[in-house]
Design a protein around this ligand. Structure first.
Ligand code: ZN
Length: 293
């Protein structure tokens, strides 16, 4: 048999790689997919795609979102890594005022852009204020808005020609169904099932493109709501949300512990190999990446 000689330094490099397996920088793409008003109800309705994605990864049904449980405050925390007292976003401000491009609390989009001027970035959101006043306007983020099916179609079309480093998605129809029918009611749960189908289509697009192995897929919600169709308060039904994360370096069937919605940008930055700004108060919870316990 022919003997294969491996130079000593190459052998050491192989050894070092296998000994220091880390998720930091293990991904070229991150998807943050938020279902407005879905709370933690994914487990109480038919949501086969979300269940399949999260059960092949890691998940939690006790993630704490920001207070007050209002979209502007909560999406603000999910994208800027801090509580509302720091990012100071409200629905009214996010609807009318562009986010300060020099803020000490940058969005995950600004962090990625500052690390890579050429990174393709995209945000498709039913709820307009995310692209108006929550994500900074000077980053060259490809944006789209419309009803949930329109947003879904825009994303699928965009993905045909692009491999975004960061893709943010906001679906809003579940929150509308919660306001109309009460959160946790059959009408609200049925809309989660409908949106779950769209989540499956987007996930499948990544699979078809052959980049799923390089993608960290995050599914969550900004807040829940009450049976009488409101949110903004501090009850568990409003404060507790779902988080499911799928990625190549994540052991299947795990449970995330102690997570808050402001942790999501830190998770995304780590996956892409970027340093989180020291001003972010969100951190990486245990139960996602094997090396962070
Ligand atoms: Zn909301």
């Amino acid at each position: 048999m022919k003997k294969i000689l491996i130079p000593a330094f190459a052998a050491l490099a192989i050894l070092a790689t296998s000994c220091t397996k880390t998720s930091k920088g293990a991904y070229k793409h991150v998807v943050i997919l938020g279902v407005d008003g879905a709370g933690a109800w994914f487990s109480e309705t038919t949501s086969p795609n979300t269940f399949a994605i999260s059960s092949e990864g890691t998940s939690a049904y006790d993630v704490v979102t920001s207070f007050p449980t209002i979209s502007g405050q909560c999406w603000g925390s999910m994208l800027h890594g801090v509580l509302p007292e720091d990012h100071k976003l409200t629905n009214e401000i996010a609807s009318t005022v562009p986010y300060d491009t020099e803020s000490p609390y940058p969005s995950i989009f600004r962090v990625v852009r500052e690390a890579d001027p050429d990174a393709p970035l995209a945000s498709f959101s039913h709820w307009g204020p995310i692209n108006i006043g929550i994500i900074e306007n000077n980053l060259g983020v490809v944006e789209g808005t419309g009803s949930d099916p329109v947003v879904r179609d825009q994303i699928l079309s965009y993905l045909e020609g692009n491999d975004p480093t960061l893709l943010f998605i906001q679906f809003d129809s579940v929150d509308g169904a919660g306001h109309a029918n009460g959160y946790g009611t059959p009408g609200h749960l049925a809309q989660i099932t409908t949106v779950d189908g769209m989540i499956g289509e987007i996930y499948d697009a990544y699979r078809r493109k052959g980049i799923l192995d390089d993608t960290l897929f995050i599914i969550t919600a900004d807040h829940g709501g009450t049976p009488d169709g409101s949110h903004g308060g501090d009850t568990p039904a409003e404060r507790i949300v779902f988080l499911g994360i799928h990625g190549r370096t994540i052991a299947p069937g795990g449970t995330i512990s102690g997570a808050e919605i402001r942790d999501i940008p830190a998770i995304a930055a780590y996956a892409l190999g970027l340093e989180a700004p020291q001003t972010w108060t969100g951190t990486i919870p245990a139960g996602i990446f094997p090396e962070i316990r």
